[in-house]
Design a binder for this molecule. Sequence first.
Ligand SMILES: [Zn+2]
Ligand SMILES: [Zn+2]
Length: 374
Amino acid sequence: MKRTLALMLVVCSVLAMAGVVYAQAGAAPSVEEIVLDPPGPHEVQVRVEACGLCHTDVHVIETGGWGMAFPILLGHEGAGVVEEVGPEVTSVVPGDRVVVAWRAPCGKCRGCRRGDPRRCSSNLRAKPRAHRVADGELLSAVLRCGTLADRAVVHEACAVKVPRELPVEQAALLACGFSTGAGAALWSTPVHEGSTVAVIGCGGVGLAVVQGAKLAGAERIVAVDVAPEKLDSARALGATDVVDASAGDPVDQVRELTRGVDYAFSAIGASAGLDQAVRMCGYGGTATLVGVPSEGAALGVDLYRDVFGPKVGIAVTHGGDTIPQEDFPFLAQAALAGKLDLARFVSRTLPLEDVPDALGRLGHDGDIRAVAVL
Ligand SMILES: [Zn+2]
Ligand SMILES: [Zn+2]
């Protein structure tokens, strides 16, 4: 009996977990067995229950690793339950439902020291703790998360407690895509009540900008895209007007509707999006770059006519510039209160084994967000 129990414990302690691994440049990601080292000081082990598929994971693949060492463990939009905590952890206990943030203010950099943690230039991180079973090699986790896996070890500041009432596949979206879009409108360039807003690109992040602008009390929200179904989603999520960018110059169309907006957000990677955002702004407006541009992309606006004359500011957001410990619970409560419609963003759930295929088709299968449920 005792021996059986001991054997069971051994089996449990080496129980392999699965994770989506991008093994080398040019290889397709695949589900592999992984193991984790136990959490160290200020680190927690999270049993991942859901992880959204975000374009940044595809970006890692498309750029041959995005500068990270191979092999790479994908996933950075996860939520789950705290399973084990390392020494000196005070903010969470096993059993807490958490969203895994990919950044958390460090408290020490220049931005943090001057009281502006939204501009933290450093990120708290856990030590890499995941290994592949096949050869024991240490895995680099995308954005310090690696949450397309059964479990992840993260810094305690990145394990953000949220209410259990929020379905976990919705909670996961707070980790990246939804917070990026909503945060752009709420915190990066805070939209004021009664203002006019344009949102270029109505994928998951652009639609989250629409939701953030709505929550902030914008009077008019003009959604711009070429896909009719995305414009339908934008209307359902709070856009007051929609512009079909394939039916004529979107800048002319937005200016006709609004005579120039207070805030314009480019939620697409192409640099034309920010050009258009700048030119959609009215006097003193702000154009915010939300989508990640490719290296070498340049602005194509007339500096005098489009920027200096109309006094248009240009801003950039990284992930909505959130303070996860404050903002994720705020967004979760807003969703529970019916002020945000997170449920509509989860267009599909899928098992982990289907993730490699789904990553290959991301953005081409009509999903707002596909979420892996583990
Ligand atoms: Zn992301
Ligand atoms: Zn900092």
